[in-house]
Ligand binder design. Sequence first.
Ligand code: SF4
Length: 111
Amino acid sequence: MDSEKRSFKCRQCGTCCRWTGHVLLEPADIARLAAAAKLTEEAFIARYTALAANRRQLSLADAPDGSCVLLESGRCALYDARPAQCRDFPHGWRVAEGCPALDELNKTSSV
Ligand code: SF4
């Protein structure tokens, strides 16, 4: 997975932003996202987060259709400030297939 992570290049297609699951937020994520959204951390938390299933952390909220609340016109509205969990993709994610960049990488590395 390490070499996979090194050569992985997200295409910003927005597919993973529609998958079921939670994007957990660390304090540094909230500070970076709030600054990028030009909001106070309190305002960002109120508008874009929810209590995570682990009840110890915040996660990005879901839009009404179940996609990530930050998905806008098919891509992340705050991509440059995206949470560490999204930056680390595919490392630590349980992904079988569906990400075009990862599918391509898997195809070329299995040849
Ligand atoms: S599915 Fe893959 S290529 Fe598309 S936005 Fe997510 S990580 Fe990037």
